[in-house]
Design a protein around this ligand. Structure first.
Ligand SMILES: Nc1ncnc2c1ncn2[C@@H]1O[C@H](COP(=O)(O)OP(=O)(O)OP(=O)(O)O)[C@@H](O)[C@H]1O
Length: 354
């Protein structure tokens, strides 16, 4: 089922959070709202759940306007960061709850709940209290409880944030599998870019109540359109652009950035405040004789060994440029205070200010 936000406006204490916000979530997709704390993602999720009513605008489930439909009539499954399980009921009773509340007879409810618990690998824990489960197990119960009712829409509000890193990685593939099996439209809210990239069909990057870019994880990562998206998702060097020069013989655009001339294949127009965004893993060390378009001389300011990669911060005429080099690809990496020549590849993107 397709979900639409239409011209949503919302203010808190005279402060506008959303102004004419439009957003469509295609049917069956795993759709993520990604943004820093306070950008409004939880508020949008809560509007779909029916916990927050927008000041104006409409929310549509398919063609049905649900803006004024109460929570319990929306048939939405929800999973929260803090699990929100009933502590005084067994795991099985927790999963049965939504079914019996909808009038499914006890025996049938128990059968469906057990099948769902089996699916999440917790059938043997059916008679336990939630307190006797680990955080990851509780979150699997919460998923089972949300899905067993066959909801029209699944809402996931930072469901992995309270778990440690290893558990999170395991659970995110399980959540994705369950979502695919059910074919259910899902809205996932997170501030964790790695989680968003790993799990989503589509990501909407949010900044202060606005959606700044929507696309597949690959799109958002490889072709950010704003400095905010480039930096928030994956981290990027942002280099100020002074002016554009005529293209080189290969048709690549040449940009004057301080004393350097950098190349880009990006087709974005140059505007006031445009910057060149280049991923830290795309910058490389070149030879001193490489001076010319794409080259950026500098001095190594900081070296950080990180296991599979080493991070460098290099002071250049256009500011500090960070780069991540895979260990093993450099015979011996540069050291602090060494003069180096950086290569900025033409895959660098022109991005607009915020
Ligand atoms: N009921 C409310 N009353 C007053 N202000 C609110 C209310 N709900 C949200 N806000 C404000 O709206 C803004 C967006 O909040 P929201 O919880 O949607 O952000 P978020 O992106 O989900 O952040 P977080 O990741 O911290 O939850 C914040 O500045 C918040 O203080």
């Amino acid at each position: 089922m397709k979900i639409s936000f239409k011209a949503i406006a919302q203010s808190y204490g005279g402060q506008k959070l959303f102004e004419q916000l439009d957003l469509s979530i295609p049917s069956g997709t795993f759709f993520t709202l990604l943004g820093p704390s306070g950008c409004g993602k939880t508020t949008l999720l809560r509007m779909l759940g029916g916990f927050v009513r927008p000041d104006s605008g409409a929310i549509l489930f398919g063609d049905e306007d649900v803006t004024h439909v109460p929570v319990h009539k929306r048939n939405v499954g929800m999973v929260f960061q803090d699990y929100a399980l009933f502590p005084d009921r067994t795991v099985l009773a927790n999963v049965c709850y939504g079914l019996t509340a909808r009038g499914v007879p006890n025996a049938a409810a128990q059968e469906r709940a057990l099948a769902m618990l089996r699916r999440v690998g917790l059938a043997d824990f059916a008679d336990r209290a939630p307190a006797a489960l680990s955080g990851g197990q509780r979150q699997r119960v919460a998923m089972a409880r949300a899905l067993v009712i066959g909801p029209r829409l699944l809402l996931l509000d930072e469901p992995l944030s309270a778990l440690d890193v290893k558990l999170r990685v395991g659970l995110r593939s399980m959540i994705r599998e369950l979502q695919r099996e059910a074919g259910i439209t899902t809205l996932f809210v997170t501030h964790d870019q790695e989680e968003a990239l790993a799990m989503s069909d589509q990501i909407a990057v949010m900044d202060r109540g606005r959606i700044v870019q929507i696309g597949s994880p690959q799109d958002i990562y490889s072709r950010p359109t704003t400095a905010f998206a480039a930096d928030f998702v994956g981290g990027a060097n942002l280099i100020a652009i002074d002016s554009e020069l005529p293209p080189d013989a290969a048709g690549r655009r040449r940009l004057k950035c301080g004393d350097a001339i950098l190349l880009t294949t990006s087709e974005e127009p140059l505007q006031v405040g445009s910057q060149l965004a280049v991923r830290t893993e795309d910058v490389a060390f070149g030879e001193a004789v490489d001076a010319g378009p794409g080259a950026l001389p500098g001095v190594v300011e900081h070296v950080e060994f990180r296991g599979s990669t080493t991070g460098y911060a290099v002071r250049t005429a256009v500011g500090v440029v960070r780069l991540d080099a895979r260990n093993g690809t450099l015979a011996h990496g540069p050291v602090r205070d060494e003069r180096v020549m950086l290569r900025v590849p033409p895959s660098a993107r022109i991005v607009q200010g915020t």
